[in-house]
Design a protein around this ligand. Structure first.
Ligand SMILES: [Zn+2]
Length: 127
């Protein structure tokens, strides 16, 4: 299993410098996942983080979604998925003010404070 490099580590900087030397700016490319202009280099999770070919050009939005789906679901919060978070926000907005954080928490088996944070976008702000 390959783990992500810390963004402030010298190895991260080396890999990104090396990528730039070989491929130039990410903005020269189209995003790997959509047709927008790429803005950043995104690490393909699970691939060797020391190899520049494990990084592909992505637009910011796809990069955020990609990291959110992979890190958000697998590491930060195993109970919630992107789909559930969107459903929580949808249910809250549709039923407001007749639904409480506590009820939503019971529905999705998460603490009501977590529901509040999701609604206020203090958690899962990227989706
Ligand atoms: Zn994109």
């Amino acid at each position: 299993m390959n783990l992500a490099l810390k963004t402030n580590s010298s190895e991260y900087q080396r890999v990104h410098y090396e990528w730039g030397r070989v491929y130039g700016e990410p903005s020269n490319y189209i995003c790997e996942f959509c047709d927008n202009d790429a803005k950043v280099k995104g690490w393909i999770h699970g691939k060797d983080p020391h190899n520049i070919n494990s990084y592909v050009p992505m637009c910011r939005s796809c990069h955020n979604k990609y990291d959110c789906v992979h890190f958000g679901e697998k590491h930060h919060n195993v109970k919630l998925t992107e789909a559930k978070v969107l459903e929580i926000r949808r249910l809250y907005s549709v039923n407001y003010p007749y639904i409480t954080y506590v009820e939503l928490g019971r529905l999705f088996d998460v603490h009501h404070e977590t529901i509040g944070k999701i609604i206020r976008r203090e958690r899962w702000a990227r989706i």
